[in-house]
Write a protein that binds this ligand. Structure first.
Ligand code: TYD
Length: 205
């Protein structure tokens, strides 16, 4: 079995940058690496981008925005495909899988929407537990600054209060899921990478 590592954190925390750097680190050590993300680029991921993330008219069905429950189910459906078609087979062939977001995103974000945490955990019970979840933690003010330097991509990015709640939720989830480790993402890219490598080395020994 390979190793399964997940990056989590609010938008702008540096997940994709750090996922790439860690992928390179593994490759330099002879591992075969799969870097992936959620929402995925499959038909389900595209549906999520269309119905949930664009925020425009496409997410309106029969005059109302799609419900938060439907939103959670779409993310879970996308994840079921991700687990069964990519994550499990890759791990079984001994590869290192690095995912930018996983079910912890559903717990942190959809819980922030007001859904019940235990229902969300049950809904995602099919999703195999990673060996390590790196929570890139950052004050929301700083993440908003970073996001504003990029283009603002979706509704979640825009709402300060929601981001604050999501960050708090992530920190609460650390108490519930022992595989989650907090890394201070306020530091520069190299320092953050070094902290991550230390966690990964501990996992490999
Ligand atoms: P993001 O990482 O921004 O993807 P992309 O840049 O490819 O659009 O993820 C999109 C948003 O979806 C992000 O704000 C977090 C949110 N999200 C959830 O609310 N629940 C989930 O289960 C996942 C995976 C993401």
């Amino acid at each position: 079995m390979g190793k399964f590592i997940v990056f989590e954190g609010i938008d702008g925390a540096g997940k994709s940058t750090q996922a790439k750097l860690l992928g390179k680190w593994f490759e330099e050590r002879g591992y075969e690496v799969v870097i992936t993300k959620e929402p995925t680029d499959t038909a389900f991921g595209k549906l999520i981008r269309k119905l949930v993330l664009t925020g425009g008219d496409e997410g309106i069905i029969d005059g109302a925005r799609i419900s938060y429950e439907a939103e959670a189910l779409l993310f879970a459906a996308d994840r079921a495909e991700h687990v069964n078609k990519l994550i499990k087979p890759s791990l079984e062939s001994g590869k290192v899988v690095i995912s930018d977001r996983y079910f912890y995103s559903s717990l942190a974000y959809q819980w922030a929407r007001g859904l019940d945490l235990d229902w969300l955990i049950d809904l995602n019970r099919f999703a195999i537990r990673p060996d390590l979840v790196i929570l890139l933690d950052l004050p929301v003010k700083e993440s908003m600054k970073r996001i504003n330097d990029r283009s603002i991509e979706n509704e979640f990015d825009r709402i300060f209060e929601l981001q604050k709640k999501v960050r708090e939720n992530y920190l609460k989830l650390v108490e519930r899921f022992s595989e989650m480790k907090i890394v201070n993402a306020f530091e520069d890219v190299k320092t953050v990478h070094e902290q991550i490598v230390a966690l990964v080395e501990a996992l490999l020994t």
